[in-house]
Design a protein around this ligand. Sequence first.
Ligand code: PMP
Length: 423
Amino acid sequence: MNSKEYFERSKKVAPGGVHSPVRSFAGMGREPVFFKSAQGPYLWSVEGKKYIDFCQSFGPLVLGHRDAEVEAEVREMIGTAWSFGACEPYSLELAEWITSRIPWVEKLRFVSSGTEAVMSALRVARAVTGKEKILKFEGCYHGHADSLLVKAGSGLAGIAASSSAGISARMAESTVVCPLDDETLLEEVFTLHGKDLAAVIIEPLPANYGLLIQRKEFLQKVADLAKQHQVLLIFDEVISGFRMALGGMAQILGIQPDLVTYGKVIGGGFPVGCYGGKKEYMDLVAPNGPVYQAGTLSANPVGMRAGLRTLQKMEREQGWTQLDKKGEFFEKQLTDAMAEKNLQFIRQGSLFWFHQKTETPLRRVDQIPATQKESFNKVFLQGLERGVYLAPNAYEVGFLSLAHTDEILTEAATILTDVIKGL
Ligand code: PMP
């Protein structure tokens, strides 16, 4: 059975044939590829075609697919137990590993996804401050919790409108949305809403609407205003955490959030999320405090051990420095070819993206050229044809892993250069 046939079957039993929307290749004009196996930097489709994978499950697989050490760890755990719903030492080990290395995470709670981590962190922030509203930024994605599936309402910054059906207007009204990269507007928003804001949440490296690298001064302003107005600062490091550096963007920027959310890399490819921060805040969580939050499969031992082994290997092998070098190597090979076709390659560490060249660096959603989809889709489809798999959407970033050797990066860059030259 080929991908087309699988997709037809799948559409009968799942909305759009998928279990997360981007997987459907919507707008690409072809059916999605169905994959059957993966190893290191490679994916194999059900047809047996091999692809170099720059999606890596949207970020968790920082060591590549089925890293041998992680696989051994997982197999050992499965041979021992795969869920207790009770106390065990595996989550303790991961929690200690993290809290002993990241000073702003004094206590943490494991959950099963980034969405859950964010939802819970917001609940804590509301409990800490006794305030109701949340400030988020246009273009940042924080999972599909109701209060965050919002877009800017009327006016440049202000009360949000829901961006999905099925969300009560009242829910959306408790969220305020502001554009990135605009300190003046940010000050106005804090003046207007500061007294009602429980938290300001931001991806310190926005990587869900392209890669919108922020100026440090802007992020510092967010932190300063939050402090000034007794609003909790939440860094959503679901993508950037343990990928950009051990301490994520908070470490790189030297800005300490009150609460932080992690996901993806922390579970080594298994469903793990986490929220954490100052002890005084986290101690409000049940059973210590009044903020209820629970999970049947929370701190699942397989995910805990996969996550710990992944992080230990990253630390031992100075994975973060290696990833940055790989990124630089890949960037060097693509920048010129892209520039010839008026495209701009953007990168920070092991995350990359490209867009039609603009005069100034892209930092806001409204600056993204209208041609983004058109130019990306061509590169994506032709790359796919020739065995390079990018995340299947013009606004998703690319992910490198330690399994992407220089040789493989050169092979992929050669294919992509060829594709770009033919545009
Ligand atoms: N926050 C950020 C910054 C994310 O990138 C994502 C997922 N891409 C989430 C939250 C939600 O995580 P999950 O998909 O695991 O629920």
